[in-house]
Design a protein around this ligand. Structure first.
Ligand code: AMP
Length: 356
């Protein structure tokens, strides 16, 4: 059995954005301290953390001092440089593990891992140049999407091909970055499953949520999703398989496309996930507490849903609606304390309780 981290211990979190902030709040409710490592100034997580290190991921001395000051390390984003992980892991354990990061940092590695597990993905091919793209278009066809293998998020680093005529432009859009071509999935719904696995291998999955994106950014998540019971079960089971295969510890977001009778895995995120924010007001134990429990070697909590919820992201000028939302008794506001409002910037979210 795992020895649970005692309260009063310090959890190190790489990344100081809103996810790090909400992880910090959950950790403090369990009696832990958090130490944030973040290159940018004034991180949202800094307001609610015990300590903050402001340094780049290339600063070996800062990484060593950070790792030595904590009892376990986790992260809020997956693009952490390997060199930084090497330094940190020599001093304290990192959860979720390196394999989860390796698999999810690169769309080609990720899709290959999922396909090897026997899970359905969009057809995909490795693209290195114009010739491999032309060959892939022959087999996968159009419409299709060319995506950078790394560093893509919120729809960035993607180029759609309506026909083979778009190949040249799509390749130029990648600006020389390694890419994959994905067949376009004609889905009826996008859903995600947020699931957690403890250090003892216990797995708990939240009900799948239905996601709507605007301009490539998540706009709303609605639970329950309009998903037949059979596919709800499939979604939860496939998330469990992914967690077990990676010997995973922590919370993971699994994004799925729903097609008639089948679930297709789009991508996995080895961290708490925006589409899991509804759990803060729909469940006794939210995704942030579940993640902290897992990385601290505690048992997982009860992730069953007690309410129907619509989570809406407050992006850019949506902040102007906060005074009105604050008057609505069914709305739980979660604001990130960001001082500067920019178009497309996630400033907060609201969980609207639809039924109890
Ligand atoms: P991603 O960055 O892979 O999550 O893609 C962002 C959004 O683009 C997804 O949420 C989908 O709405 C859409 N998308 C991505 N890949 C595909 C695909 N293969 N087929 C259809 N739509 C896709």
């Amino acid at each position: 059995m795992t020895t649970p981290l005692p309260t009063g211990s310090t959890i190190g979190i790489l990344g100081g954005g809103q996810l790090g902030r909400m992880l910090s709040v959950a950790a403090s409710r369990l009696g832990f301290k958090t130490h944030i490592f973040e290159p940018g100034a004034n991180p949202p997580a800094g307001d609610v953390a015990h300590a903050v290190t402001t340094a780049p991921y290339e600063d070996a001395a800062a990484l060593k001092a950070f790792a030595a000051s904590v009892d376990v390390i986790t992260y809020e984003f997956e693009n952490i440089p390997t060199s930084a992980l090497d330094i940190l892991e020599a001093i304290n354990p990192i959860h979720p593990n390196r394999e989860a990061l390796r698999v999810s940092q690169d769309r080609l590695t990720e899709k290959t891992f999922l396909a090897d597990l026997g899970l359905a993905t969009a057809p995909f091919a490795d693209i290195t140049d114009a010739a491999s793209l032309a060959e892939a278009i022959e087999t996968i066809g159009t419409p299709s999407i060319l995506k950078t293998r790394r560093f893509g998020y919120d729809g960035k680093g993607q180029s759609r091909l309506k026909s083979a005529n778009d190949a040249e432009q799509a390749l130029a859009d990648m600006a020389g970055a390694p890419a994959i071509l994905e067949g376009f999935v004609d889905f009826s719904l996008e859903v995600s499953v947020i699931a957690a696995r403890s250090q003892d291998g216990q797995v708990s999955a939240y009900d799948p949520g239905e996601n709507v994106h605007k301009d490539g950014i998540l706009s709303t998540t609605t639970v329950p999703a309009k998903l037949p019971a059979r596919l709800q079960t499939d979604a939860v089971l496939l998330a469990g398989r992914i967690l077990n295969a990676l010997d995973y510890v922590g919370v993971m977001g699994v994004e799925l496309f729903v097609t008639p009778g089948q679930l297709i895995v789009n991508e996995i995120a080895p961290r708490v996930h925006n589409s899991g924010h509804w759990t803060q007001n729909g469940c006794a134990i939210c995704q942030f507490e579940q993640h902290i429990r897992a990385v601290a070697g505690w048992p997982l909590g009860d992730g069953s849903r007690h309410s129907d919820v619509v989570m809406e992201n407050l992006i850019g000028d949506d902040m102007d609606r906060v005074p009105d939302l604050a008057k609505d008794g069914s709305c739980a506001l979660h604001l990130y304390g960001k001082t500067e409002t920019k178009p497309g910037r996630k400033m907060g979210h609201v969980n609207r309780i639809v039924s109890a």
